[in-house]
Write a protein that binds this ligand. Structure first.
Ligand SMILES: Cc1ncc(C[n+]2csc(CCOP(=O)(O)OP(=O)(O)O)c2C)c(N)n1
Ligand SMILES: CC(=O)[C@@H](O)[C@H](O)COP(=O)(O)O
Ligand SMILES: [Mg+2]
Length: 634
């Protein structure tokens, strides 16, 4: 039986010797590499978290003490140590373990939201609640150096620092990277703490001289090794956290399990908020990851060739060569959003602001006011948190900023907080914002070019995760809309949004087989609603919009309002994602489960047309006007 099989919960770690812990760490790494290489997910971050997680669960008593993870992508080891080893092989699979903490899986898990920089706010609230309830429970938060570049983390620290007697431990897992190198002044501060030359030189001298001394050397080194844990505390320049009035311990070697335990025991006894600064290496213990300079295997994902991201990346470089006023902004996701080639070609016009979407958006407004045209690349779900910045800092000032939202629609394996199913609803309300949804790579190129030409209002493009659709040419144009299919007379008008075009083309073919004519249009620009689309709808018996956005307040809803406003009484049906938090599963499977597959959409339309036919044959009988009863009314 492997060691991991014997770990049913954190308390099974207590009696392990240092040697056994080293062996367990090795076994954990083997399981991570074997599993994540197969299932996909976050290998680099979790390889770097092995010793920290072991030490954390030996020093603290989860779930009585609460352990929180910021982002949560680095909680695989936590799952292995809290009774989920047997299920770990199903990581990120439908019905299997989530790639993030999950309350449904374990009492040891609390935060399920995978949006960065939020955990310390949860921690602040939890600690206040325990204090008010008189519960002696420690709140321990693991936060990476990247998540610490998010503004909300500093809002929380501002509050936490004020509570000198509220016991909290904040483990900063500092590997110097988000995906790529973590940027910003704070990252440089951490780096200064991490690489204090005084500390390293003294330690090397001690290590070299003592380990050469026979007999007494090694035991004495063990003592000094123990001293090393505090040594950095003495030698390291007291930094930002001390200035904030918070106890700072570190930097601690984040792969020296005993040293981390020592630091956490100190922190545990302190009785107030303590930062334990652990220095780790992303991908530690797996040479392939350690050598991967791009992101140390932050995430194992499928081949990116032919994806929407690749199409955008290419289109942006073309535009960047033509337009010297074009600048690109990322929130710590240069490569995942496709900005890598632009950053390489135009480094002076590329800005990585850290995991700081709100700052990214308002700094883009500043860049626009200064005469540049920013292109801000943010995953659709992460754009949610910058709504007010878009509304009031950009749109109110009519700034020419272009937003590109990758991963819109269902993303799948990353679970509920990653699906980009909100943007067409949320940003629908922004005055002056124009929103487009390309149906293929060629339209992405066209629409991006159109978007960056707009300098007196924000523009937004959104596309889904994965492979871009093969080119789907138009057969006609009505207003700004492309007509893609016209089969039969004016039965059904299918308004297909972005990535849903191929589905709608297949739906039209299925309807034709049922003797129902259908016209498929791609609006290209979703917002504002095209007036000629509204007029076109008058000619049909049924209008059906299909989008991979939530049904409430999305593209279809906006079209419905426009039809009403213009007195178009054609019945309309909105097909979209139900307003629910969806469990993780692969995108195609989830789309099918949600009834967004061509077969389901077509079947639904056939039923609706049949109802219309029934009404034609047997119109609603006039309401019988029953004689009013003489009722005495009080
Ligand atoms: C609001 C938000 N923006 C972007 C992301 C994407 N993201 C997930 S993990 C990560 C990097 C996190 O870096 P760090 O906190 O240092 O953790 P590490 O992976 O280095 O352990 C990013 C940018 C996110 N989860 N949330
Ligand atoms: C946690 C994290 O890194 C997320 O940003 C997510 O995992 C990204 O996944 P994809 O880039 O594969 O959509
Ligand atoms: Mg990091």
């Amino acid at each position: 039986m492997s060691m991991l099989e014997k770990i049913r919960g954190p308390r099974d770690l207590d009696d392990l010797t240092e040697r056994e812990l080293v062996a367990l760490a090795r076994e954990i790494r083997d399981v991570l590499i074997e599993t994540v290489s197969r299932t996909g997910g976050h290998l680099g971050p979790n390889l770097g978290m092995v010793e920290i997680t072991l030490a954390m669960h030996r020093v603290f008593d989860s779930p009585h003490d609460r352990i929180l993870f910021d982002v949560g992508h680095q909680a695989y080891v936590h799952k292995l140590l809290t009774g989920r080893y047997e299920r770990f092989s199903e990581l990120r699979q439908e019905g299997g373990l989530s790639g993030y903490p999950s309350r449904a899986e374990s009492e040891h898990d609390l935060i399920e939201n995978s949006h960065a920089s939020a955990a310390l706010s949860y921690a602040d609230g939890l600690a206040k609640a325990y204090e008010l309830r008189g519960e002696k429970r420690m709140v321990v938060t693991v936060i990476g150096d990247g998540a610490l570049t998010g503004g909300m983390a500093w809002e929380a620290l501002n509050n936490i620092a004020a509570a000198k007697n509220r016991p909290m431990v904040i483990i900063v897992n500092d590997n110097g990277r988000s995906y790529t190198r973590t940027v910003g002044g704070f990252a440089e501060h951490l780096n200064a703490l991490r690489t204090n030359p005084k500390y390293e030189r003294v330690l090397e001298l001690v290590r070299a001289s003592l380990t050469r001394t026979p007999l007494v050397g090694n035991p004495l080194f063990e003592v000094l090794h123990g001293l090393k844990r505090g040594l950095k505390d003495i030698l390291a320049p007291q930094g930002l956290f001390e200035d904030l009035g918070m106890k700072y311990i570190g930097p601690v070697d984040g792969h020296d399990e005993a040293a981390i335990e020592h630091a956490l025991e100190l922190a545990k006894r302190f009785g107030g908020p303590v930062i334990v600064h652990c220095v780790t290496k992303k991908g530690y213990g797996y040479e392939v990851a350690e050598r991967d300079e791009q992101d140390h295997l932050h995430q194992i994902r499928s081949d990116q060739t032919g994806t929407w991201t690749a199409a955008f990346s290419e289109a942006l470089v073309e535009l960047g060569a033509e337009r010297s006023d074009l600048v690109a902004i990322t929130a710590a996701m240069k490569d995942p959003t496709g900005l890598g080639p632009f950053a390489t070609k135009f480094p002076e016009r590329f800005f990585d602001v850290g995991i700081a979407e709100q700052h990214a958006v308002t700094s883009a407004a500043g860049l626009a006011m200064g005469g540049m045209h920013p292109v801000v690349a943010i995953y659709a779900t992460f754009m949610n948190r910058a709504f007010d910045q878009l509304l009031m800092d950009v749109a109110l000032h009519k700034c020419g900023v272009t937003f590109v939202l990758d991963r819109s629609g269902i993303t799948g394996e990353d679970g509920a907080s990653h699906n980009g199913m909100w943007d067409l609803s949320i940003f629908q309300v922004v005055p002056g914002l124009r929103i487009a949804a390309p149906r293929d790579g060629e339209r992405l190129r066209e629409l991006l070019r159109e978007a960056v030409e707009v300098n007196d209002a924000p523009t937004m493009l959104r596309w889904s995760k994965g492979k871009a659709e093969a080119e789907i040419p138009a057969i006609d144009r009505v207003g700004g809309c492309d007509v893609l299919v016209r089969s039969g007379e004016h039965d059904v008008l299918l308004v297909a949004v972005g990535a849903m075009v191929p589905t709608c083309v297949e739906v039209a073919s299925r309807l034709e087989g049922q003797g129902i004519g259908a016209t498929v249009v791609d609006p290209r620009w979703i917002k504002p609603v095209d007036a000629e689309l509204v007029e076109l709808a008058r000619k049909y018996r049924l209008v059906v919009s299909v989008e991979d956005n939530g049904r409430v307040g999305g593209a279809g809803a906006a079209l419905g309002v426009a039809l009403c406003d213009e007195g178009v009484d054609t019945p309309m049906h909105v097909v979209g994602i139900p307003q629910e938090f969806l469990s993780h599963a692969k995108r195609p499977k989830l789309m099918a489960q949600l009834g967004l597959g061509a077969q389901d959409v077509a079947r639904d339309i056939v039923e609706r047309v049949a109802l219309l036919d029934d009404e034609l044959l047997d119109p609603t009988p006039e309401l019988e006007t029953a004689p009013l009863q003489n009722e005495s009314h009080p």
